[in-house]
Design a protein around this ligand. Structure first.
Ligand code: COA
Length: 152
């Protein structure tokens, strides 16, 4: 029996054995999901942090970031639809920022769909501000990305 209380969300490193659950969330969260091989190669990179949120013994969300010298990129965050609006996304982004800060990153960047107000609001809460736009960055549907940056 686990000594973690029911419903409590625990943050830990993602491992290869999480990938099936990660892909299930990835495919239902994005119109252009990452491939499993993308997660696999990032798991092998020493400059990347892949973080899992686990509740009641199952993976309910994840975040992926990497750090190159003093700049970090938050490349992916997603939470299982059943677990949204319960603070899991916030925990994941905060954990990601903590990891890259430990690697001595001075700023963290991300791209987000212009229409994804939910994610933008989460990022703003974590200290990110919009600093620019990449035109037609996304497809399916075609859409601009807002570039956001947090100073660490
Ligand atoms: C974006 C996402 C990760 C947020 O995860 P979450 O666990 O639901 O977020 P939280 O419950 O931690 O909410 C944190 C903050 O996000 C914002 N937020 C979350 N849900 C929101 C909603 N439905 N509408 C507006 N803002 C919302 C709020 O600022 C919220 O803070 P508050 O509760 O004090 O208002 C989740 O909605 C998701 O997985 N979406 C699909 C994938 C995606 O778009 N990822 C981001 C790609 S750039």
């Amino acid at each position: 029996m686990s000594d973690v209380p029911e419903g409590e969300v625990v943050i830990r490193d993602m491992t290869r054995s999480d990938l099936m659950a990660v892909m299930a969330i990835e495919q239902t969260s994005f119109s252009m999901p990452w491939r499993e091989t993308t997660f696999e190669s990032l798991l092998q990179r020493s400059d990347a942090d892949l973080i899992a949120a686990v509740a009641d013994g199952r993976l309910v969300g994840y975040a992926v970031c990497w750090t190159i010298v003093e700049q970090a990129e938050l490349g992916n965050v997603a939470v299982d639809a059943e677990w949204r609006n319960r603070g899991v996304g916030l925990k994941l982004v905060q954990a990601a920022l903590e990891r890259v800060r430990r690697r001595s990153a001075e700023e963290c960047f991300l791209e987000v769909r212009e229409s994804n107000r939910t994610a933008q609001s989460l990022y703003q809460k974590c200290g990110f501000r919009s600093i620019g736009r990449r035109r037609r960055y996304y497809s399916n549907p075609t859409e601009d990305a807002l570039v956001m940056r947090a100073r660490l």
